[in-house]
Design a protein around this ligand. Structure first.
Ligand code: EPZ
Length: 424
């Protein structure tokens, strides 16, 4: 695909309703989990994103039959190969989540080590500790991680790391443990809604998992799993991103989000309410309305779920740029995840970094400028700032956005934004 850029003409008010897509970070491990059975699985509400297409390429390479009909995917892994090559894995580090199901299904796996990325080094030491805990031999050679187990046996496994729990690490160990002998207990497990969604899918396949959504997950191994159908949960980060768009550019009519699970993003909605924005909640919708009095900057720290999500940190920086007072965000999960700050400053933001804390003083106006996307969420933050800025903002390397947001520009245009997608 030729390189593209977005041209955002700022200052247009946003109003109306937008439908939130299925969760990228739920669909990725759930698609990997289809490797655990030779029967057909049907996954609904899968968003059309390049990251998901990369995962489908890897599954096809591993021998899966994949059929797609709009948001529904049928996957059948009758006979699996166990080597995921570098030229596929390097495109998306989340490919690492095929290790667990391959080990569970075939008792071996070879996957290229994921590179780092702009938000920092992305180690998988906790994943490997977990696999060893289940009795697997782990070897790292030639840029690949190789797993082998004559037999997988359940055990008590602690997955807590220096930066807290690991989401994909928890997914990987859960997917290897479902076919292990006996009981596995994961201590220090990630509690994200996407981990719960994966556990629910695995239980539909015949697994015996309890405690998903808490720090202690118990898995009782079973001999084999069968096919299942599953609806992927809505994307809470896409939802949070649209709430911030509505906060920054919304009108009195408000911006209504459909197909959301409000209980999955309470840390984000609490922050917006504390800042003075008004939110209206219904069972699967949230409407964001402008603040009655001037909204105020607040102090935030990113934490593992249910704390404030690191994947919403950049978007809040964009909001703080144009909010009265001082907003600060401390990044505890990926301390280097501030590529967006330098770009926001090109647009007139008053921002500085002290260690892993961004300090943003609200300014009266942002001005459009050519900026460069760097990682998925930083790119979204630049679009948000462009919507609010005066004049035109050109955002290059739009492929970062297309990795994690389904038709972000079209959805914003439907709300009243003026955005063009052009060849770079
Ligand atoms: C998942 O990544 C998400 N990706 C990320 O979203 C998200 O930012 C992250 O969780 C944290 O919530 C997917 O679900 C596909 P971690 P993951 O393992 O699982 C350290 C997005 O924008 N760590 O929870 O890879 C790690 O360096 C993406 O959609 C180890 O030290 O993240 C980080 O500091 C970006 N050793 C912290 O733990 C390990 O073995 C949390 O990482 C694993 C992780």
């Amino acid at each position: 695909m030729a390189l593209q850029k977005l041209i955002v003409h700022g200052g247009r008010p946003l109003a109306g309703s937008v439908r939130i897509s299925g969760s990228k970070n739920s669909a990725l491990p759930i698609l990997a989990a289809t490797l655990l059975t030779r029967e057909t699985c049907v996954i609904n509400h899968v968003p059309d994103l390049s990251d998901l297409n990369f995962m489908l390429q890897i599954l096809s390479h591993l021998g899966c039959e994949v059929e797609r009909a709009s948001g529904t995917l049928q996957v059948k892994a009758e006979n699996v190969k166990t080597v995921a090559p570098y030229d596929l894995v390097r495109k998306m580090r989340a490919s690492v989540c095929v290790l667990g199901p391959l080990l569970g299904r075939a008792k071996e796996a070879t996957v290229a080590l994921p590179g780092g990325c702009v938000i920092g080094d992305r180690p998988i030491d906790l994943h490997l500790r977990g696999f060893e805990g289940l009795g697997a031999m782990v070897r790292v050679e030639g840029g690949d991680v190789r797993l082998f187990a004559s037999q997988l046996r359940g055990d008590e496994i602690n997955l807590r790391g220096k930066y807290g729990p690991t989401v994909l690490g928890t997914d990987n160990i859960m997917m290897a443990a479902v076919l292990a002998e006996g009981r596995t207990v994961i201590d220090g497990a990630a509690a994200e809604p996407e981990v719960v969604d994966l556990a629910n899918f695995l239980n539909k396949m015949g697994a015996k998992i309890t405690g998903a959504g808490t720090r202690r997950i118990v898995i009782d191994g079973v001999p084999e799993l069968h096919g299942a159908e599953h609806d992927v949960i809505p994307d809470r980060i896409e939802a949070g991103t649209f709430l911030v768009a509505g906060a920054m550019c919304g009108t009195r009519e408000g911006v209504k989000l459909r197909n959301v699970q409000p209980e999955h993003l309470t840390a984000v909605t609490d922050a917006l309410v504390t800042m003075g924005y008004r939110l209206a909640f219904e069972p699967s919708t949230i409407t964001v309305l402008p603040a009655e009095r001037a909204s105020r900057g607040i102090t935030l720290s990113t934490e593992p779920y249910p704390g404030f999500p690191t994947d919403m940190q950049a978007q809040m920086c964009a909001l703080f740029c144009c909010t009265e007072g001082v907003g600060t965000v401390t990044e505890n999960i990926f301390p280097q995840r501030f590529m967006h700050l330098s770009e926001l400053k090109r647009m007139g933001a008053n921002a500085r970094l002290e260690g892993a804390t961004a300090i943003l003083q609200g300014v009266d106006r942002l001005s459009g400028a050519p900026v460069m996307a760097s990682d998925l969420r930083a790119s979204a933050a630049l679009v948000l700032a462009g919507l609010r800025a005066e004049g035109q903002t050109e955002i290059s390397r739009v492929y970062h956005i297309d990795r994690g947001y389904e038709n972000l520009d079209d959805k914003l245009i439907a709300l009243g934004a003026e955005i063009e997608r052009v060849r770079a």
